[in-house]
Design a protein around this ligand. Sequence first.
Ligand SMILES: *Cc1c(COP(=O)(O)O)cnc(C)c1O
Length: 461
Amino acid sequence: MKVELLRQLPSVENLLQTVDATRLVAVYGRPATLEAIRGALARAREAIGAGKQSGATIAELLAAAEAQLSAVTAPTLRPVINATGVIIHTNLGRSVLSAAAERAIAQAARSYDTLEYDLETGKRGSRSTHVQELLARVTGAEAATVVNNNAAAVLLTLTAMAHGREVIISRGQLVEIGGGFRIPAVMEHSGAELVEVGTTNRTHLRDYEAAITERTAAIMVAHHSNFRIIGFTTEPELVELSAMAHERGLLLLHDLGSGTLLETADYGLEHEPTVGESLAAGVDVTCFSGDKLLGGPQAGIIIGRKELVKRIQRHPLARAVRPDKLCLAGLSATLLHYLKDEAIHEIPTWRMIATSPDDLKRIARRWARRLTRSGIRARTMPSESTIGGGSLPGATLPTWLVVIPHASPNALAAQLRAAETPIIGRIENDQFLLDPRTVLPEQEQLLLQSVLQHAAVDAAG
Ligand SMILES: *Cc1c(COP(=O)(O)O)cnc(C)c1O
C-alpha cells in the first residue's frame, strides 16, 4: 500500500515541467526551486512512510515548495511601526534618518564615488576627509574622525592613547549600558590598565589625584548612560578634572555616550551634557554615537586636539573599525542639518522630541475618533514618552496615548507584531497603548488599518 502511494508521487521532472514551477524558477531561480521541490517530495515520502499521509498532489507539493521558498527568502530585517514612544529605541534600530540622509545613502549605494579619491591629483585620498571638516565646524573641535560605532571609538581612543599604561576612572562610571557593553571590559581590551577610584556614589578630585603614578596616561570620564545615581552623590566637574589632569601632564578622555549638539532643556527635558560643553571644559578627546541624539547613522565620532586625533587615525586598529561609504554619506547629510540650523525640523529624532503635547493630543484624538467610528471604543490619556538610547536616564516628555480596549492586551500585541508591517506598542496596567510621538506621519494610515483589523475581532466577539 505504502509502496503504491510512493510510486504515485510525481517525479522532480514532472513537477518542474508545470506552469507553477516555471513561475517559481522565474522568481527564486532554478537551484533554490529545485531544492525546495526535492524537499517537498522528501517530506511527502516521509509522511507516507510514517503512515501519516495518503499521497500528495502536484498542486500540494508545489504549494509546499513555494511556502518554503517564500520563508527562506523573506527578509528578517523588516520595517516596523514604533508606537512605544521610546524615541531612540536601540532594539528598533535607534535613529530614523532624515530625508536628505536617506538620499545621500541611496546615491552612495548606486554609484562609484570619491570615497578615497582626490579628484585634483587623481591619487588616493582619505575617507575621513568627508566628514572631518564638517564635524569640526559643527562641534567647534580642532579635529575629528569617525569609526563604526561609539564602542569602537572608545576602544580605539584608549588603545591609541593609553595601551600598556594606566587610566583612572570613577567606580560610579563603571556601567553596563545594555547589550552586554561594559565600560570596564572595553577598557581592558584596549590594553590600558584600569585604575578604579572613589565609590559608586561619591568620587572626589583628591581620589583621582591620589591614584596618579608615573604609569598613568589619562583620566577617563564616562557618561552614566541609562543609569542614574541619585541622592548623596559627588563627581568633580569636568573643568576641575581637566585642569588637574593637564597640570599633572595627563590626558582627559570623555565617553559622552549619546552626545548632543542641541540643548535638550529647550524641549522640556533635563539638561543632557553637550559636545560643546565637553570641549569647553578642556577635554582632550571626546567620543559619542552617531545614531543616538545626533540622529544619524550608526557611527562613533571622535573629536579633540589635532595631534591626538591624528595619532588615533594612524593607529592600526583604526583600519579595523573604519566606517563604510554609506555611513559617511548619511552622517555628512545629518551634520549638514546642524550647520544649516534646521536639525529640529529635518532630523526625525529631534522632530519627535520637539513635538508638543498639544500636537500629540490632537493626533491621539484623531486616531481614537477614527477607531471609534469603526466600532473600537478607543480613548486617549495623558502619559510620558522616554528618550531611550542611554541618554537622559529617567527623563520623560509629556505625551498622549491611545488606549485600545481588548480582552487580552498581550494577545493583541502579539497579533499586531505579526502584521505585515509589525506594530510595536506598549502594555501598561494591563492596557494596550499606542504613543503617536514615534509613529511617522506616513505610517499613520497603515497603523490604524492594522489596529482596526486586529482589535475589531475582539470588539465583535
Ligand atoms: C551608547 C553608549 C556607548 C556605545 O555606543 P554605540 O554607538 O552603541 O557603540 C558607549 N558609551 C556610552 C556611555 C553610551 O551611552
